[in-house]
Design a protein around this ligand. Structure first.
Ligand code: ADP
Ligand code: ZN
Length: 185
């Protein structure tokens, strides 16, 4: 993309688990840093898969981040000179994250969000539909189906749980295509 200058906007990188959302967020943030932009990265506190203060991809790329419980906390942590805000695992925040991203964009901040667009049953994962609707740039990524090798847009849960997302359980999910995906494990 050739991005505009001196205004803010929202980018969303979405897709299933293992589709490279975090890698893409890290790539964009690193390029912004090369461009001498001031960047801050946030992630929800629930996700302590690998590290409390780092965003870590499945391929072990890393980025320093600030864990927060609620999206509004971004305003508390935000430096006046921050030009780019990255948010990983954005689907874990409540609906208010949409207003937070919009407020940042209106302030002139480039907001880069990465998150799951579907839950393990293939249902839209709120607040992603709302965020996708108001974003200027949307990137939908696909993983590789571990069953058949086709492009995969679903996350297959391999363990039983009442929770919408099982955090920190290694091997709890795998990427699957529409045909190979089963609603319940
Ligand atoms: P996400 O944030 O979307 O869960 P990550 O950026 O953390 O994804 O990790 C993406 C990386 O996961 C890929 O580059 C690849 O190394 C690895 N990977 C593991 N399983 C798969 C799969 N089934 N399809 C694609 N990539 C996979
Ligand atoms: Zn498949």
């Amino acid at each position: 993309h050739q991005f505009p200058k001196d205004i803010g906007w929202i980018e969303v990188v979405c897709g299933p688990m293992f589709s490279g959302k975090t890698e893409e967020l890290i790539r964009r943030v690193k390029r912004a840093v090369y461009g001498k932009q001031r960047v801050q990265v946030f992630k929800p506190k629930v996700d302590d898969r690998y590290d409390e203060t780092q965003v870590v991809s499945h391929s072990q790329l890393k980025l320093t981040s600030t864990p927060i419980e609620r999206a509004e906390e971004i305003f508390y942590h935000l430096s006046a000179d921050t030009q780019v805000v990255g948010i990983d695992e954005v689907q874990f925040f409540g609906p208010e994250v949409v207003q937070v991203c919009e407020a940042l964009a209106y302030r002139g901040v480039r907001v880069i969000c990465a998150g799951l667009d579907q839950d393990y049953q293939g249902r839209p994962f709120e607040p992603m539909p709302q965020l996708l609707a108001v974003a200027e740039y949307v990137t939908k990524q696909l993983a590789i189906c571990v069953v058949c090798g086709n492009p995969a847009n679903r996350s297959q849960r391999l363990v039983s749980s009442e929770a919408r997302v099982v955090v920190g359980a290694a091997g709890a999910y795998e990427a699957r295509c529409r045909r190979c995906h089963l609603g319940e494990p």
